[in-house]
Design a protein around this ligand. Structure first.
Ligand SMILES: [Zn+2]
Length: 145
């Protein structure tokens, strides 16, 4: 599978995404919540692909609102990297293409979306449907590809 990749501003957190979707066909979402707007986030996920995040020991996890996902921020430069949920021992994420400056994606315009009014169960189901499998790696575990 072709691979996209990016990193936070200071470079201590890296993300690689495997997807068969052409970059031009990837839909970027611009969530209208206060957190995403403050970060200028443009997020995407391919449920049929897979992402990996390395340097996870250097991430701060932030929860707000219904506290149903972990928003991962670089502990040094503050970039919003991805949001993650856990389900049956697996992790699923939406990736912030703008924060990671992923080539071909970061500068594209995104579709505004609002999830206001969604209850916790609807939110969980939407994320399980649309987010992508993600593997979280500490740098020290470099042997785990
Ligand atoms: Zn950083």
């Amino acid at each position: 599978m072709p691979q996209l990749s990016g990193s936070c501003h200071c470079g201590q957190v890296h993300v690689a995404i495997r997807t068969n979707v052409e970059p031009a066909a990837i839909v970027l979402r611009e969530c209208q919540c206060g957190f995403c707007r403050r970060h200028g986030a443009k997020t995407f996920a391919d449920p049929a692909g897979e992402a990996s995040i390395s340097g996870t020991e250097r991430l701060t996890r932030y929860r707000f609102g219904q506290a149903t996902a972990d928003f991962l921020l670089c502990s040094r430069c503050g970039v919003y990297v991805a949001a993650v949920i856990e389900h049956e021992s697996r992790h699923f994420a939406t990736i912030n293409a703008a924060g990671l400056q992923i080539p071909l994606l970061a500068t594209r315009s995104a579709t505004p979306v609002s999830y206001e009014g969604e209850d916790a169960e609807a939110r969980r189901q939407r994320r399980l449907d649309r987010w992508m499998p993600v593997v979280l790696n500490e740098d020290r575990g470099a042997a785990r590809a």
